[in-house]
Design a protein around this ligand. Structure first.
Ligand code: FDA
Length: 525
């Protein structure tokens, strides 16, 4: 492709700026060499440096968490907005050759901004933006799809339903989440009690490994294929696309949203919900959202209203659900309902890739035994009445989730009753607001200690939390011993196997961030 003189000039200016950055922050990265190497394989129009006008808008296009664009955050030396697999291969090869690390970004929803930022001033990296690698092709006769990592969940849901209204896919409730990060970290959503995680429904993938090779399921081998389905893709390579199994949904599903106030029955109902929701038939997913003084019970039922009313009367009569609560619709519209809390918007909103961005801090946990009513009541009165209170989401497991062995994929938390998240988001600028929010989330997490998962505290890797710990180097690679502190919370016994895969596929630890999997040290003796 022809290079315009203006773009060439931008690259020159960038070289000057980046040369000084290099000498001040990293003695070993050869940024000039990296850019030179890239420009022989990638059109300069796809390489965005801080000197180009496009840099900021591209950076912000999929930044979800404003905490990671605050002054003091380390930004990318450049953003490479690839459009073909060869560009990714070149970026990896050039990055290794010139010691510039890469952060891969698909949808940019990482809770701790690891796909585009760092809080460590010594990190020196380029962002590989996969937003343009978002083709989706459906093989309706086989109920399968190939989907590019840069596609959003909303685009995947829309394409599946457009091919056949009885196709669905088990994945998250937020349509702008990227397929790349979501599937490589697991992927939980309203169909997971019926069909498992997104990662349980991956049947092939195309990956660029640390050598720059393009691999598929048969050439990458079973260990790497296991690791990228829940172990977090960023540690092992760059996943370009995924072949997934589309699952069967009825032409008409039913949803409801029932709110109960705290001073009515909300605490009693949540107490009961803890044991009931994970044991419901697999066709019914019933989550709870708690905010301010009310609990919102939100359901997806894979069937018609009559069946839902019968199921609810049989299993959870106390909620008082009736036919009047039912809203029947197509499955694809139910994905709109789950995000917008209304089905009034057209399914086309799923194609809107624009993010709402805000400041965000999330902590999450898992529960094995129902929390006693008294404890729920005292947490509510102590924490939820505060102005900084987060949105709390309780998501039931059970069903298919609970029937998959903990080692089948890196996601080990299958046997819990439910997971919850404290999802704190705010728009107010300034450190005072930031500190109040952080201390709310950390405080409630601390107070819940007696009632939640233990040894280790179990956290889902897609709900990234840097409070759990961050990597340290030992020599030139990430320390395995130190990483176990956070790694076993995400992966339990699977952490060691992930580290063994890392040693096999990326022994030099090129794909590295604050919580990447370290290579397992060789056994002594
Ligand atoms: P992003 O691009 O930020 O990547 C996340 C991580 O994966 C980074 O470390 C990145 O380097 C790596 N990565 C991304 N693409 C890669 C690729 N192609 N190859 C290798 N590594 C790659 N989760 C859930 O299970 N259920 C849910 O309902 C929700 N809902 C939800 C709502 C909102 C508002 C947010 C912000 C997040 C969620 N999530 C979620 C969490 C979400 O699944 C998680 O943040 C995913 O990692 C996001 O994937 P993205 O591609 O968008 O993130």
């Amino acid at each position: 492709m022809a290079r315009t003189p203006i773009l060439a000039l931008h690259l020159l200016v960038a070289l000057c700026i980046l040369s000084s950055a290099r000498t001040s922050s990293s003695a070993s990265s050869d940024v000039d060499g990296f850019i030179g190497c890239l420009s022989s394989a990638i059109p300069p129009s796809l390489i965005h440096t801080p000197a180009t006008n496009s840099y900021s808008s591209l950076l912000m296009a999929s930044v979800r968490n404003l905490r990671y664009v605050l002054p003091g955050t380390t930004r990318a030396l450049l953003i490479i907005a690839v459009t073909e697999p060869a560009h990714v291969q070149a970026t990896v090869v050039c990055g290794r050759r010139h010691s510039v690390r890469i952060r891969t970004r698909s949808g940019g929803h990482d809770y701790e901004g690891l796909s585009y930022a760092s809080v460590d001033p010594d990190q020196h990296f380029a962002v590989l933006d996969l937003g343009e690698l978002r083709a989706i092709s459906i093989d309706a006769s086989r109920s399968e799809a190939w989907v590019g990592s840069g596609a959003t969940l909303g685009e995947l849901y829309y394409a599946a339903a457009a091919a056949n209204q009885t196709f669905g896919f088990p994945a998250g409730n937020c349509p702008t989440v990227g397929v790349g990060g979501h599937l490589s970290g697991g992927g939980f959503g309203a169909l997971s009690r019926k069909y498992g995680l997104s990662a349980d429904n991956v049947i092939d993938a195309v990956v660029v490994d640390a050598e720059g090779r393009l691999l598929n399921r048969s050439t990458m081998g079973k260990d790497l294929f296991w690791a990228i389905r829940g172990g977090g893709g960023e540690s092992f390579g760059v996943v370009l696309s995924w072949k997934v199994r589309l699952v069967a949904v009825p032409e008409t599903v039913t949803v409801f949203s029932i709110r109960r106030l705290r001073n009515e029955s909300a605490v009693d109902l949540i107490t009961k919900w803890q044991a009931i929701a994970p044991a419901l038939p697999r066709d019914l997913y019933l989550r709870v959202l708690v905010q301010n003084q009310q609990a919102n019970f939100v359901a997806l039922f894979l069937g018609r209203c009559g069946g839902l009313v019968d199921t609810m009367r049989g299993h959870f009569p106390d909620l008082g659900m009736t036919e009047r609560d039912c809203q029947e619709m197509s499955w694809v519209k139910s994905t709109v309902f789950f995000f917008y809390n209304t089905a009034d918007r057209p399914a086309e909103v799923l194609l809107d890739r624009r993010n709402a961005n805000y400041y965000l801090k999330v902590k999450s946990d898992h529960v094995a035994e129902p929390i006693p009513r008294q404890a729920l009541e005292s947490i509510w009165s102590k924490w939820l009445e505060q102005p900084e209170a987060a949105l709390i989401m309780l998501d039931p497991y059970g069903g298919r989730m609970g029937s998959i062995p903990a080692s089948a994929t890196p996601f080990p938390h299958r046997h819990y009753l439910y997971q919850f998240q404290f999802f704190s988001f705010w728009f107010e600028n300034g450190t005072a607001a930031l500190e109040r929010r952080l201390s709310w989330v950390r405080g409630v997490y601390e107070d819940l200690t007696p009632f939640v998962s233990k040894n280790p505290r179990a956290v889902y890797v897609n709900y990234r939390d840097l409070d759990l710990g961050t990597n340290e180097l030992e020599g030139n690679v990430t320390s395995y011993a130190k990483a176990r502190v956070w790694g076993e919370k995400y992966f339990k016994g699977n952490f060691k196997r992930l580290a063994a895969v890392k040693r096999m596929v990326d022994p030099d630890d090129f794909f590295r961030n604050e919580q990447s999997i370290p290579p397992l040290p060789a056994a002594k003796g």
